[in-house]
Design a protein around this ligand. Structure first.
Ligand SMILES: *Cc1c(COP(=O)(O)O)cnc(C)c1O
Length: 393
């Protein structure tokens, strides 16, 4: 294929047209595929042919989505899952053995922490966590003879901290470990972790990739040998993405670049408004100069993403009044939607963590997370502004 730009590939990479010469890609809602004859059937099951057999294995719509994300992330191969957490879980389950050890960061998605704490121990898989601000030496000190994987996210949820992906890529290479990066907050448009040494990239496609709050989806892409293990585990255990969701998500990728550009522009606008506001104690956004890792964010991301974290003077009490006075923005737990969303992590997504674990993950009781949507920025600021005024009366 000739060299084309990100936006062009997102639109022009599509499966071959059927005999109907449709312009927009059709939806293959079929659980299985037929064979020409007995020999075709035998050869297909023996994997002598590269073709669709059953949609738990492959389907034209999921294959198209996977091919596009591989192109965007610079990956060799991938597999698409019913949700982001199915991607996270199946990736670990396919690669780890009983007795293996994971090195990860305390600031990873809440359900991923819950896998480490509540489920992996029953298969003797243990985890040690470093803090987002730890040095390379502190991270290396956690590596043991049975460590197999380093797993991180950047930017982190909900604190929007930034990890030095090149530094972590170098540690993984030096110790022969598999580096997995959850790239959900950046999307493949803003950041490509494989270029910093990641072997696998995981996405919750539910967020910016769908971008309109409609379907769940997950995907893992990366080195073909690792993806083959994940594929073999998943075609048996059955977490496959539905062809319908793959069709929706592949269509969504056509507009990813323009949507994410506007998300970032609006998020920076809101972050700057909050930074100048007297009642705001703290605001964090990767592309604000005041962010402790601003230079790092600039180096590894094209723009700052959709999420802004802030805290009002007065902490939790003022925060509650803020939520109760919000008029237009949605009180919801999703992110990366066209609609702006406000969330209180300490009482919702991270409520199951202990107060100490929350603080370790950078989640104070008063922390407010905004996923900045695509409404006109003047209206977003107007709503946030009036809610702050009423909360701080
Ligand atoms: C939402 C999310 C997930 C989980 O994805 P689901 O599609 O909800 O299962 C994983 N990682 C991050 C960073 C997320 O935001």
């Amino acid at each position: 294929m000739e060299e084309r730009e990100f936006e062009t590939n997102a639109i022009r990479m599509q499966m071959d047209r059927s005999g109907n010469l449709e312009h927009s890609v059709p939806l293959y809602l079929t659980s299985s595929f037929v064979f020409e004859d007995a020999e075709d059937m035998r050869a297909s099951f023996a994997e002598e042919k590269d073709r669709n057999i059953y949609s738990r294995y492959t389907n034209p719509n999921t294959s198209e989505l996977i091919a596009k994300i591989c192109q965007m992330e610079g990956a060799e191969a991938g597999y698409a899952f019913a949700s982001g957490m199915a991607a996270v879980y199946s990736t670990f389950a396919a690669l780890l053995e009983s007795g293996d050890h994971i090195v990860s960061c305390s600031s990873v998605f809440g359900s991923t922490l819950s896998l480490y704490n509540n489920f992996f121990p029953k298969w003797q898989i243990s985890t040690d966590l470093f803090n987002v601000n730890d040095s390379a030496a502190a991270i290396e000190a956690l590596i043991k003879s049975n460590t197999k994987v380093i797993y991180v996210e950047s930017p982190t949820n909900p604190g929007v901290d930034i990890l030095d992906l090149q530094m972590i890529g170098d540690i993984a290479a030096k110790h022969g470990l598999i580096l997995i990066v959850d790239n959900c907050f950046a999307s493949p448009y803003l950041q490509q972790p494989i270029s910093f040494g990641a072997h696998l990239v995981v996405h919750s496609a539910t967020k910016l990739i769908d971008g309109q709050g409609r379907v769940l989806g997950g995907i893992t892409v990366g080195e073909a040998t690792l993806i083959d293990k994940i594929y073999r585990f998943s075609r048996i255990s059955g977490p496959a993405m539905s062809p319908f969701n793959a069709w929706v998500l592949s269509k969504s990728l056509e507009t990813l670049a323009v949507r994410v550009d506007r998300h970032c522009e609006n998020a920076l606008g809101l972050a700057q408004f909050l930074e100048a506001h007297v009642s705001v104690k703290m605001v964090k956004y990767p592309f604000l100069k005041s962010h402790p890792k601003y230079e790092m964010a600039k180096k590894q991301m094209k723009a700052g993403g959709a999420v802004v974290a802030f805290e009002l003077e007065g902490g939790l009490d003022t925060g509650k009044k803020f939520f109760n006075n919000i008029q237009m923005l949605s009180l919801s737990a999703n992110l990366g939607d066209t609609r702006s969303i406000v969330t209180h992590p300490a009482s919702t997504t991270h409520a199951k963590l202990s107060p100490e674990a929350r603080l370790e993950a950078g989640i104070t009781d008063g922390l407010i997370r905004v996923s900045v949507g695509l409404e006109n920025i003047a209206d977003i600021i107007k709503d946030v502004s009036q809610a702050i005024e009423k909360a701080t009366l």
